[in-house]
Every structure is written in C-alpha cells, then in structure tokens.
Design a protein around this ligand. Structure first.
Ligand code: C2E
Ligand code: MG
Ligand code: MG
Ligand code: MG
Length: 282
C-alpha cells in the first residue's frame, strides 16, 4: 500500500464532509416529503402507574420510514427538523395523529377516560403565535378532551424561548392540558423559575435512571429530584426503566410513574391496539 499524501487526506476529508451534507440534505428532503404525504409513523410507549401497574398515558414517538433502513429514529432527524424549521409542521402532524389515535382507542372501548396521550413539543412550536389556538382546534377536531392531552417540553426549549413558552403554556394549562418537563436534570433550569412555571409533572431523564444499580449512593440524585418535585406539587415520571431493580428503587423513592423497556418499548399502533384490546385499561 502506498502511503497517503497529505493532499489525498484532505480529499478524503472533503468527500466525507460532502457525504455528510448529502446525507443530511436527503434526510431533510425525505422528511419534508413524509410530512407532506402523511408517511411519518407514530409509535406509542406506555407510562405506567408504579403502584397499580395501570397504564396512565401513552407517549407518542415519531419515526421516519425509509425504504432501505426500515425506520429512522427521531434522534437522527429531529435535530435536522429543528434546524430547518420542519419541526413545526412535523410537530403539528404528530399532535393531530396522537389525539386522533387516543380518541380512537376511547371509542373502541379499550381505555377509560383517565388515560392520556403525551406529545413532545419543540421550543420552536411555541414561537408560533397560533400554538394555543392550534392545540384547541386539534382537540375539537379530534373530539378529545383537553385533560387527555399532555405536552412534553424540555428544559432547554423553555430556556431558549422563555417569554413565549411561559405565557402559552399557562394558556394551555388553563384549557386543561397538562404540561410535563421532559429529560429533567439534563438542562439548566433554575429551580426558582421551575417553581413559577405552569407545570404538572417532571420526567426524570433516563441517564439518571440508568445509573441506579444499587440503593446507595446512585439513587440519591433521583431521590432529591423526586422530593423537590413533590414539594412543588409536581408528580414524577422516571424514564428508561429497564430492570426490576431500577423499578423497585424508583418506587421506593416515591416516583409515581415509570416508563421504559421493562414495561414496554415504543411500539406501532397495530401492536399497541392488539395489546389494549386484550388488556383494556379501566
Ligand atoms: P424523549 O421524549 O425523552 O422520549 C423517550 C425516549 O427514550 C424514546 O426514544 C424512547 O424510545 C426511549 N426509551 C424509553 N424507554 C427506554 C428504555 O428503557 N431504554 C432505552 N434505551 N430507551 C428508552 P425515541 O423514540 O428514539 O425518541 C428520542 C427523542 O426524540 C425523544 O426523547 C424526543 O426528545 C424526540 N422526539 C420523538 N418524537 C418527537 C416528536 O414528535 N416531536 C419532537 N419535538 N420530538 C420528538
Ligand atoms: Mg418525551
Ligand atoms: Mg424524555
Ligand atoms: Mg429523553
């Protein structure tokens, strides 16, 4: 093998950059097309009451179908959607699909009226003036009660779009929609700000749950968050529960709700429908 000249190194570097750009561009185009033609898929993952084992909510998690790769996960395309602004129509599409689906399950009689759907909302969606009206309109369209809708927003989305988000979240909450802070612990929320924010629930990020392997000292952090949340009147969901041990530790700490592969990963509509048909939630 001949040694690479420095020029060829640059050539390789350049062509890799071009590839990355090309891949991103393709992903952007695929995403735009999928939104326009309603080809996105929404998967659902249950959020479970740890005390009773009953499903409390379903989190809607979007996927992008790809002829070669099967499904592309949101970790790959949400950042591109945010950079290109596609997150706004994508978010609207997912919100509508999720509300429709929950209503469908209600009508089919597989769930009671306390079960809700949780939808991730990006900070950018809150810079839209119409977001409050849009949510209201989608609820009316799908005939879903606002109390069956929960919106998940991250700490960083709040921090970046503070004034808008706070005011609009309050309005949504007055309508009866519940507000959750997603991936809690990974951002930089000021505790004082959280206290004054219109929130119902904190979702503890799964990176903290993953560290919970023994009672001490790894669960102390999660325990502190749970106490803090409860003292402000928020309920707590622990994300990413994968083992029975984690579930027990989480429960011991006093978290009300859990979500994770131990209970169920996110699954497609047909799979979830078949499951709740056999195990109706009442
Ligand atoms: P998220 O909102 O924090 O959702 C939880 C993520 O953790 C999901 O990944 C879920 O599949 C995964 N997860 C749940 N339990 C476990 C577990 O026990 N182990 C492991 N390893 N993972 C678990 P997913 O579906 O890939 O979504 C990733 C992120 O993409 C979401 O994180 C959310 O931030 C974003 N996302 C997904 N759908 C949407 C959407 O419709 N709109 C927006 N804005 N963001 C979305
Ligand atoms: Mg979420
Ligand atoms: Mg999360
Ligand atoms: Mg997360």
């Amino acid at each position: 093998h001949a040694k690479h000249h420095s020029t060829s190194k640059y050539a390789i570097f350049d062509s890799k950059m071009q590839m990355d750009t090309l891949i991103r561009l393709r992903l952007e185009n695929d995403l735009r097309a999928a939104i326009a033609s309603s080809q996105l898929k929404v998967y659902y993952q249950p959020i479970v009451c740890l005390k009773t084992g009953k499903i409390k909510s379903f989190e809607a998690l979007v996927r992008l179908p790809d002829p070669k790769k099967g499904l592309i996960s949101p970790g790959e395309f949400i950042p591109i959607a945010e950079e290109t602004g596609l997150i706004v129509p994508l978010g609207e599409w997912v919100l509508r699909a999720a509300c429709q689906q929950l209503r469908q399950w209600q009508i089919q009689g597989w769930i009671d009226l306390n079960v809700s759907v949780s939808v991730n909302v990006a900070g950018q969606q809150f810079s839209q003036k119409k977001i409050v009206n849009l949510v209201q309109q989608i609820l009316q369209e799908t005939e879903l009660s606002p109390k069956n809708l929960r919106l998940e927003i991250t700490e960083s989305a709040i921090a970046e779009h503070l004034e808008w988000v706070a005011r609009r979240l309050s309005q949504l909450r007055q309508m009866g929609v519940q507000i959750l802070i997603d991936d809690f612990g990974t951002g930089y929320s000021s505790l004082d700000r959280l206290q004054r924010f219109p929130i119902d629930t904190l979702k503890i990020d799964r990176s903290f749950v993953a560290q919970m392997t023994s009672p001490d000292p790894n669960s102390k952090f999660v325990e502190a968050i749970a106490h803090f949340a409860h003292s402000l009147g928020f309920s707590v969901v622990a994300e990413g529960i994968e083992t029975v041990e984690q579930k027990q530790l989480i429960q011991h700490i006093g978290c009300e709700y859990g979500q994770g592969n131990l209970f169920s990963p996110a699954v497609d509509v047909a799979t979830m429908t078949a499951f709740i048909q056999r195990n109706p939630i009442f």
